[in-house]
Write a protein that binds this ligand. Structure first.
Ligand code: ARG
Length: 258
């Protein structure tokens, strides 16, 4: 009797745990579709990809995601959070998708499911001193990067770097270079280009690529139904000219992966 009781007790516990897990499960495409809206999280501090113009969230990725959602027949509910919260929140099923210029890496792919890439780019070396433009020039230097990024991972691989200064936002990593607190800043090539165009007097120069990467959205690990629909919609906007138009508008070129 005692045994039976304890068995039934553990069964109840197991069932409750299962229910909890199910309750927190990622929404399938059908569930998103039924709801009429997809919840997408981004950072909003990474111009020209995702940023705020006053109170309005905008940027290349915001427009691409809106176009993808429109093809899927749903509206977007945007969330803006710090970069380091984005993939974590996805794992807790607090939103359906993340679009924030994440490079596809093996490490991240263990935790989330990436869609097809929506652009290709890479990390570049930005410095004021024209003598600092290649990876070997980082030897003995202090470098700024945004925390949790592939820029950090790749600067770590460069030998003899004196110090890597981490900043929660890429804009702070840029400010560190602007004010001379670091020797170089490693960031996305398009972000660097936009920052230099916006500040022609800053004295910053764009050097070599440190690495290249494929940038994609992410959904919860194993949410294949949603990933498949996003991929279909992305392929559709890349085929019908709307992706090209958005890309031209922001970059004057088509930045899709070739
Ligand atoms: N591409 C880099 C990475 O994958 C940086 C992404 C930064 N994104 C942002 N919204 N600040 O880590």
């Amino acid at each position: 009797m005692k045994l039976l009781k304890s068995i039934s007790k553990s069964l109840t516990l197991a069932l409750a745990a299962t229910a909890l897990c199910l309750g927190a499960q990622a929404r399938t495409f059908d569930e998103v579709k039924k709801d009429g809206k997809i919840i997408i999280a981004t950072e909003g501090q990474f111009a020209p990809f995702n940023y705020f113009q006053g109170a309005k969230l905008t940027g290349f990725e915001v427009e691409v995601a809106e176009a993808v959602a429109a093809k899927m027949g749903v509206k977007v509910e945007w969330k803006a959070l710090s970069f380091d919260a984005l993939l974590t929140g996805l794992r807790q099923d607090r939103w359906d998708m993340v679009i924030a210029s994440h490079g596809i890496t093996e490490e991240r792919a263990k935790a989330v499911t990436f869609t097809e890439p929506h652009y290709c780019s890479g990390g570049v070396i930005v410095a004021k001193d024209p003598a600092i433009h290649a990876a070997k020039d980082l030897s003995g230097k202090v470098i700024s990067v945004q925390t949790g990024t592939t820029y950090l991972e790749n600067v770590k691989k460069v030998s003899n770097v004196k110090e890597i200064k981490n900043f929660p936002q890429d804009t702070d990593a840029r400010a560190a270079l602007a004010s001379g607190r670091v020797d170089a800043w490693v960031t996305d090539r398009f972000v660097a280009k936009q920052a230099l165009d916006a500040n022609p007097g800053s004295g910053m120069k764009i050097g070599d690529f440190l690495f290249i990467e494929r940038i994609a959205s992410a959904v919860a690990k194993g949410n294949t139904s949603l990933a498949a629909e996003v991929n279909k919609a992305l392929a559709a906007i890349q085929a019908d000219g709307s992706y090209a138009a958005i890309s031209k508008k922001w970059f004057n070129e088509d930045i899709r992966c070739k």
